[in-house]
Write a protein of this length. Structure first.
Length: 585
């Protein structure tokens, strides 16, 4: 890998290249010139039609070559993280090889050389457009201010991890019980995988609380930690019980115990009841994702074969499992008003899926645009999800490939949100288009929001100084408008989704968007038109009703005037009686 991005480009331009889109089976083609830059492949048409393709290098998942047997040159197959499959036909073998080598180097750039460090937003008259600073919009202190103002006697912000030495994957500020001092918390961190001690992530109405952590390091000998037990019991009131939702199966938890991890021992945590609600592990998710997109790209199978392949991919089952775990967690919080601790092994993948989904189910604020952004900040970015490592590879690389750290965990969360949105379309302020956009930005973006594997890493990379925030872009009024759901009716209540297999839908707007079977993209504008017409009709009806009411009041008033005082007295017997008494006197 060269010291500079340009060192990786062996051939900056290739003429007479034919681009063929293999995604939808229509094989649309563009004949033009390919430019290989540090962060994009740019293909410009030689025709006067102005066609141009800009493909970010980080969006490329797999590069394959196919040499011509009968002549020189061949093809480069680019399989992308947004599921496109593009073919570049090049006539010269030498140009073909140099282009492949250049692209392979550019898609493997170090994190510090990624495009967000070089991107600059649009300017007007050389003046940067003033936009909201998304880097500070969801600071932990401001996010927890209402909780601390109302329940400061129960909770406090601790800065014991300000230098990230207690837990490298946690943020510098965390919420812990007020009655527990930092020494107890630090001891608990030493007993938890990766130092991820139990922290508060949500307080539900009525006082029930949601915590998350990593697995305890009980090991085969059943080690205990008094401080960890004290920390967990501190969040329970006298005589109250809590639930531990383990996102692994019983067998997986036992296997982890043999490797030094495990799950809480019943004898050590007598006030806590354990529930196993398994969610697929990262490598299992990666394998399901690979099979899912392989199925979605298969346009030749019969309907029954295609549905069988979809079922065998296991992806929809993974979505169902995650939703089920989240619903159980939400039920414990809402219906039993109990404390709930969620963890798997490291607490950076399936744990975050469950805790964030439970909040979307329970908290209507999380179903708004800004509420979703705040949720992603709290439960994913600040909570230490390994965004950059998990998204280095996409669907076209199975879990057994050379990069074992990749996994579509964040996509699983977005897919579950899609299921909630599908079942409760009026309860979400945003459209599913926003969820699609979040998926694409997580894997390939102009913005630095999803770079880094933890807050500590983002601080080290100085992302807030050197890159722009995705939230700054999305929250501009003219941009935000395109994500607003025209059917939205604020729902202050809890939404309980169906997790039956028949209720889990394939996210066609994402997984099939690149194919000829993609959903009709005019649906949203059609719905908006219907709502506008409906609003107009309601407005006219309201005006007509007001006019009728006013006319009736005028008729009553005129009638009363014409009937005189005698009629008025008959309408009010008590007044008439008093008047007669006055006359007799």
């Amino acid at each position: 890998m060269g010291d500079h991005i340009g060192d990786n480009i062996l051939i900056p331009q290739v003429d007479n290249v034919v681009l063929i889109d293999k995604s939808d089976g229509n094989n649309k083609s563009i004949d033009g010139t390919l430019c290989i830059s540090g962060h994009h492949l740019i293909l410009s048409s030689r025709q006067d039609d102005g066609q141009e393709l800009w493909l970010m290098n980080r969006n490329i998942d797999v590069v394959e070559k196919k040499l011509n047997a009968q002549s020189s040159g061949g093809s480069i197959i680019l399989k992308c993280k947004d599921f496109q499959i593009l073919q570049l036909d090049i006539g010269s073998t030498n140009d073909l090889i140099n282009a492949i080598l250049s692209i392979e180097k550019l898609i493997s750039l170090d994190q510090t050389l990624q495009y967000p460090f070089f991107y600059r937003p649009q300017t007007t008259n050389n003046i940067m457009i003033q936009i909201e600073d998304g880097w500070t919009a969801f600071a932990p202190v401001s996010e927890w201010s209402r909780l601390l103002a109302a329940h400061g006697d129960e909770w406090r912000i601790s800065y014991l991890n300000r230098d990230y030495k207690v837990c490298i994957s946690y943020p510098s500020a965390v919420i812990v019980p007020r009655q527990v001092d930092d020494k107890v918390v630090i001891a608990s961190a030493g007993f938890r995988d990766g130092g991820r001690f139990p922290v508060l992530c949500y307080r539900h109405e009525g006082g029930s609380i949601l915590l998350r952590s990593s697995q305890p390091l009980c090991g085969a000998t059943g080690k205990r930690c008094k401080e960890d037990e004290k920390l967990l019991n501190a969040v329970l009131g006298p005589g109250r019980r809590g639930y531990i939702v383990d996102t692994r199966s019983v067998n997986q938890a036992q296997s982890a115990r043999a490797r030094g991890g495990g799950t809480e021992m019943d004898a050590a945590y007598p006030q806590w009841r354990k529930v196993h609600k398994p969610v697929p592990r990262p490598h299992e998710l990666a394998d399901s994702f690979y099979k899912l997109i392989e199925t979605c790209n298969d346009v030749n199978s019969s309907t029954s074969q295609w549905l069988s392949k979809l079922d065998n991919s296991g992806w929809l089952t993974a979505v169902q499992s995650a939703l089920n775990a989240a619903c159980v967690t939400a039920q414990c919080l809402h219906q039993e008003a109990a404390a709930v601790l969620v963890h798997g092994s490291t607490g950076r993948d399936s744990t975050l899926v469950v805790t964030s989904l439970a909040q979307a189910i329970l908290n209507p604020d999380c179903r708004t645009v800004r509420g979703l952004q705040a949720l992603i900040e709290r439960e994913w970015l600040q909570a230490g999800h390994q965004f950059f490592s998990r998204t280095r590879c996409g669907a076209y690389q199975p879990s057994s490939s050379q990069n074992p750290t990749h996994a579509p965990t964040f996509l699983l969360f977005l897919d579950c949100l899609y299921q909630l949105h599908h079942q409760f379309q009026f309860s979400f302020e945003y459209t599913v288009d926003l969820l699609v956009k979040l998926y694409k930005h997580a894997y390939s973006s102009n913005y630095g929001t999803f770079l880094g594997d933890s807050e500590a890493e983002r601080i080290k990379l100085r992302l807030s100084e050197r890159t722009y925030s995705l939230w700054s872009y999305m929250n501009q009024p003219d941009v935000l408008e395109q994500w607003i759901n025209p059917l939205y009716e604020p729902n202050p209540g809890v939404i309980w989704p169906s997790v039956a297999p028949i209720s889990i839908q394939l996210w066609r707007e994402l997984y099939l968007a690149h194919t000829s079977t993609a959903p009709w993209d005019g649906m949203l504008s059609y719905v908006k038109q219907i709502k506008q017409n409906h609003t107009a009709v309601r407005k006219v009806a309201g005006q007509l009703q007001a006019q009728i009411k006013q006319a009736l009041e005028e008729i009553r008033s005129d009638s009363a005037m014409s009937r005189g005082d005698t009629d008025n007295q008959e309408d009010h017997p008590r007044i008439a009686q008093l008047s007669l008494e006055s006359q007799s006197t």
